[in-house]
Design a protein around this ligand. Sequence first.
Ligand SMILES: C[S@@+](CC[C@H](N)C(=O)[O-])C[C@H]1O[C@@H](n2cnc3c(N)ncnc32)[C@H](O)[C@@H]1O
Length: 269
Amino acid sequence: MNIPDTPILISYSSDEEKIDALKFSKISGYPCIKKSDVNSSLHLNYSSAFVELCDSEKNICIHIDFLSGNLAHRQQFGGGRSQSIAKAIGLKQGTPPPTVLDATAGLAKDAYVLACLGCSMTLLERSPILVELIRDAIERAKKDEHFKSIIDTGFELIEDSSIHYLNSLADTINPDIACSDIIYPDVIYLDPMYPDRKKSASVKKNMQILQTLLGKDEDTQELLDAALKVAKKRVVVKRPKGSARLSDIKPTYQVSSKNTRYDIYIIQQ
Ligand SMILES: C[S@@+](CC[C@H](N)C(=O)[O-])C[C@H]1O[C@@H](n2cnc3c(N)ncnc32)[C@H](O)[C@@H]1O
């Protein structure tokens, strides 16, 4: 069992959710108590409706919802293939959507947008807390036929360090060994925690709580290096506009939108 560093509790709103909360507590190593007894800041709470990540100090709770709110709105009115993210991954009229490995799944928002654009998705996330939030959201949304049809193309969630996962994939790229059953992703998508993200009121509550839980990602250069070894067609790095690149390696080109910049590393056209 892996006992994580971040002080976080698992809680349950009522006895109905206690079994699920205890199950995750056992797997993750985080202590489990009733929500009314929580006295620490961060806790992953099992309520009757969903699993939510709460910061009681800041009075914030977040959960993932693929069927309503921002994600559903973006799916309906987000601009489809004309969105910058679609251009960044190289989505083109008349060619099949690429297979995408999202190596920094987070709250799975970008992954879901890409799935809505027809991409077969693999989601990698190293935080067991975030994996549990995504898993819960997928389970709830699966009851919806439209959601099921979107993820039918592929929406696989894997808990792992992407550096470890990608380096293991890279080890199989050996011309002397026939590995025809291994599928390498066309596109690897990276959106690591930004080191200098401000603690201002303008930082959305989702990002505030992720900052408290995860801090910053310190191994981004290693992650980019691993991605460049494995992607078949391109690596796409999402950055806040005006921020530094992940490494000294210059991207082939960039796609920009209002607040975001995508650095594109072309491996093969
Ligand atoms: C800014 S969030 C990503 C947000 C995501 N794009 C979304 O749309 O919700 C960054 C996430 O990447 C994860 N991450 C960063 N480096 C990672 C790595 N090497 N392996 C796995 N996950 C990683 C972090 O744990 C965090 O959850």
